[in-house]
Design a protein around this ligand. Structure first.
Ligand code: NDP
Length: 300
C-alpha cells in the first residue's frame, strides 16, 4: 500500500481563508477587528521564528497583531503585569506567551495568569478542565489541527482505536481528550509503555508526538491506518552538504507510508495547521467576547 499524503499545508490555507472571511465580516457588520498579542521572553532562535510567522499570518488574515518582546531577565512580576494589561485590553482577544520561558519564570503561574477566554493556546487550567469534561473551551492549537485533519480524512472517528504516543500537556493529553470526545477508544503511550510497537499496531489512528526522530517505523503500523506525525526534529543531512540539516518527524516516513492508509508529512503536515488553528482560536475568542455566533468549522 502507498499511503495518501495528508496535505496539512493546503488544509491550513483553507482554514486561513475561512478565518480571513470571518474577520472581514466582523469588521464590515460590527466594526470589530480581532487582536492577537504574542509575548516573547528572551532570544531563543526557534521561538523568534515562530513569533515572526505568527505575527505575519495574523496580519495576513486581517487581524491586529501585537508583539511584546521582553529581555531574557524580565522579572516575573513585570511579565504578570503585562499579562494583566492585555487581559483587560478590549482590543486584544487572544494572548499567547511563547514557550519555553526562561528558567527563572514559573510557566504554570504565567499561563494561568492569562484570562481563560483569551487563552488561545488552550493551556490555562480552566480550559484544560473544560476540555477534559467535554465542555466548550479554547482547544490547544496543535491537537485541534490534528483533529481537523483526521475528521477531514475519515469523517466520523466513532469506534476507531486511537493510540497517542506522548503525554505532554500541550499535545499528547489534549489530543487524547479530543479523540475520546469523538468516541475513539484511546490509549496513551509514553516512555514507560511496554511493547509499544504491538500497541501501535492496534491503532486505526496513530498520533506520534514524542520528539524522537523517525522512531515509529512501518512495522509499528496497522495496514491502512491513518498516521499523524506531530514531531519536528532536525537531523544532519550530509547529502545536502557539510553541516546541513533537514526536518523529520517522529515517524519514519518512507517505511510508514508503505503500510499506512494516509500519513502527514514533515514538513507540510501538522506544523502549518498549528498556526492556522491559532488564528482560528483568536477569531473564535473574539466572537465569544462579543456575544456573536462562532465561525463554523473553526473549532470543535
Ligand atoms: P514533550 O517532550 O513534552 O513530550 C514527549 C512525550 O514523548 C513524553 O510524554 C514522553 O514520555 C514521550 N516519549 C519520549 N520518548 C519516548 C519513547 N522512547 N517512547 C515512547 N514515548 C516517548 O514533547 P511535546 O509533546 O512538546 O512535542 C512532541 C513533538 O512534537 C516534538 O518533536 C515537538 O517539536 C513537536 N511539536 C510539534 C508541533 C507542531 O506544530 N507540529 C507543536 C508542538 C510540538 P514521558 O512522559 O514518559 O517522558
Amino acid at each position: 500500500m502507498t499511503a495518501e499524503i495528508i496535505d496539512g499545508k493546503a488544509f491550513a490555507g483553507i482554514v486561513r481563508e475561512k478565518v480571513a472571511a470571518h474577520v472581514a465580516r466582523l469588521q464590515a457588520d460590527h466594526g470589530i477587528k480581532p487582536g492577537l498579542a504574542v509575548v516573547l521572553v528572551g532570544e531563543d532562535p526557534a521561538s523568534q521564528v515562530y513569533v515572526r510567522n505568527k505575527g505575519k499570518q495574523t496580519v495576513e488574515v486581517g487581524m491586529t497583531s501585537v508583539e511584546h518582546r521582553l529581555p531574557a531577565d524580565t522579572p516575573q512580576d513585570a511579565l504578570l503585569t503585562l499579562i494583566q494589561e492585555l487581559n483587560t485590553d478590549p482590543a486584544i482577544h487572544g494572548i499567547l506567551c511563547q514557550l519555553p520561558l526562561p528558567d527563572h519564570l514559573d510557566e504554570d503561574l504565567v499561563i494561568n495568569a492569562i484570562a481563560p477566554e483569551k487563552d488561545v493556546d488552550g493551556f490555562h487550567i480552566s480550559n484544560v478542565g473544560l476540555l477534559g469534561t467535554g465542555q466548550k473551551s479554547m482547544v490547544p492549537c496543535t491537537p485541534l489541527g490534528c483533529l481537523m485533519l483526521l475528521r477531514d480524512r475519515l469523517g466520523s472517528l466513532s469506534g476507531l482505536n486511537a493510540v497517542v504516543v506522548g503525554r505532554s500537556n500541550i499535545v499528547g493529553k489534549p489530543m487524547a481528550n479530543l479523540l475520546l470526545r469523538d468516541s475513539c477508544t484511546v490509549t496513551i503511550a509514553h516512555s514507560r509503555t511496554r511493547d509499544i510497537e504491538a500497541l501501535c499496531r492496534t491503532a486505526d489512528i496513530l498520533v506520534a508526538a514524542v520528539g524522537r526522530p523517525q522512531m515509529v517505523t512501518g512495522d509499528w503500523i496497522k495496514p491502512g491506518a491513518t498516521v499523524i506525525d506531530v514531531g519536528i526534529n532536525r537531523i544532519p543531512a550530509p547529502e545536502k552538504g557539510e553541516g546541513k540539516t533537514r526536518l523529520v518527524g517522529d515517524v519514519d516516513f518512507d517505511s510508514a507510508s508503505a503500510v499506512a492508509g494516509a500519513i502527514t508529512p514533515v514538513p507540510g503536515g501538522v506544523g502549518p495547521m498549528t498556526i492556522a488553528c491559532l488564528l482560528a482560536n483568536t477569531v473564535t475568542a473574539c466572537c465569544r467576547a462579543n456575544g456573536l455566533p462562532e465561525p463554523e468549522g473553526l473549532t470543535v
